[in-house]
Ligand binder design. Structure first.
Ligand code: FES
Ligand SMILES: [Fe+2]
Length: 396
């Protein structure tokens, strides 16, 4: 299988040019050496098995990271039109995310203020602008206000204005919707404005969700994350799919607090290629991969971008929300075919290869073997990321 390379010129889609990227992204791309000049540095690093299998560690991550800081729940691009709403199972919590008529993204608990019933049970994007509870038909506006109560004459001393949906503190950064799950005052200190600007430059904020899929994986969230932080497995695990498109060259890595930006040259990369065609698609030459705190992965491809939120559910259970973003909907049959093939390819690579590798790793790790996991120089970003997480876990 080979990556799709023949996007037709007749679509309205716009490719990302070098000049479309932020100054910081451009500067990092300029640092990528030619493939032949790349130097790999060996590394000696380990982590104990228990970081993937221990309940104590899992609970510490929940308390000090996932409930302590705002976490990504979805992409704003999923709600393209004002007046739309979607239900999400986020970290075990039923949530609603809406785009109001004033174009504001809001996050609510998906629980009716009468007796808690979920208002929306499916995962489709709804555009009707109102939500009616299936139980006793209380109706809410897209902004969370309670607007209709069946037989309201039967409720004494009842004030509708006090029974709107419970809203969670939230913010959109670079097209990612973050919410504070425990409803405390949100602390955005670990998120990066530079990364948000980069995401906007990559088209995540105004992209189109071509496809999305949810995966329930029997693996710790970090076991699922690791392949997106290292190039070591690419030519091996992906030998039959995309492995031939990449080399073992080191990434250019920048850290913004606990957020990692990696950019690498594609096979045969030479820095001079960057200036050969200023109107050309920069993602034909380089691949961006981000791990945004704490559990969001962005990976660019030539004509689409993958976004994944890895939601920890239990020590050995992770829900992955995968989104394939294109600059817009396909406008021709040919473009639709290209997007469809791209989507099938990426689902088979991530789902059938990376996620499968995570599940079979977790099976072995759960026996206690190996007692420690060892990382090489091609996996250094994993260690950098864990150091950042460990610093937060060590806080009182
Ligand atoms: S639980 Fe929603 S109207 Fe009764
Ligand atoms: Fe991979």
């Amino acid at each position: 299988m080979n990556e799709v390379t023949d996007i037709p010129a007749t679509t309205t889609r716009k490719v990302t040019r070098l000049a479309d990227l932020t100054a910081s992204q451009q500067e990092s791309i300029r640092r990528i050496p030619a493939e032949k000049d790349a130097v790999n540095v060996p590394l000696a690093a380990t982590r104990p098995n228990s970081i993937f299998t221990g309940t104590e560690r899992f609970e510490a991550e929940q308390a000090k990271i996932f409930r302590r800081f705002p976490v990504p729940v979805t992409l704003s691009a999923l709600l393209e039109e004002p007046g739309s709403i979607v239900a999400i199972e986020a970290y075990g919590m039923p949530l609603l995310v809406s785009r109001t008529r004033d174009d504001e993204i809001k996050v609510f608990v998906n629980a009716c203020q009468h007796k808690g019933s979920k208002l929306i049970e499916d995962c489709a994007v709804h555009k009707q602008g109102r939500m009616t509870c299936p139980y006793h038909a209380w109706t809410y506006g897209i902004d969370g206000q309670l607007v209709g109560v069946a037989r309201s004459d039967m409720f004494a001393d009842f004030d509708k204005s006090k029974r709107g949906l419970r809203q969670l503190p939230s913010r959109v950064m670079g097209g990612i919707v973050y919410a504070q799950l425990d409803r405390s005052e949100p602390d955005y200190s670990q998120l990066s404005d530079q990364v948000a600007e980069d995401f906007t430059a990559l088209g995540i904020a105004d992209g189109h969700v071509y496809g999305r899929q949810t995966f329930e994986l029997k693996a710790n969230w970090k076991v699922v994350l690791e392949p997106f932080l290292e190039g070591y497995h690419v030519q091996r695990l992906h030998a039959a799919s995309i492995g031939n498109l990449f080399v073992d060259a080191p990434n250019i890595v920048d850290m913004f607090g606990p957020n990692i930006r990696q950019v690498s040259g594609r096979i045969g990369y030479e820095p001079a290629m960057l200036d050969e065609d200023p109107e050309g698609n920069v993602h034909k030459l380089v691949t961006h991969a981000y791990t945004a705190f704490p559990n969001l992965v962005i990976v660019t491809s030539q004509y689409y971008t993958s976004a994944m939120i890895l939601m920890p559910r239990d020590v050995d259970h992770t829900t992955v929300h995968y989104f394939m973003l294109t600059p817009g909907p396909a406008t021709t049959q040919k473009a639709e075919e290209v997007f469809k093939r791209s989507y099938e390819l990426i689902i088979s690579v991530f789902g059938g290869e990376d996620f499968r590798a995570a599940e079979i790793s977790q099976e072995g790790l759960s026996t206690g073997v190996p007692a420690e996991v060892v990382y090489c120089g091609l996996e250094a970003n994993i260690v950098h990321y864990y150091e950042a997480l460990e610093a937060l876990l060590a806080r009182a």
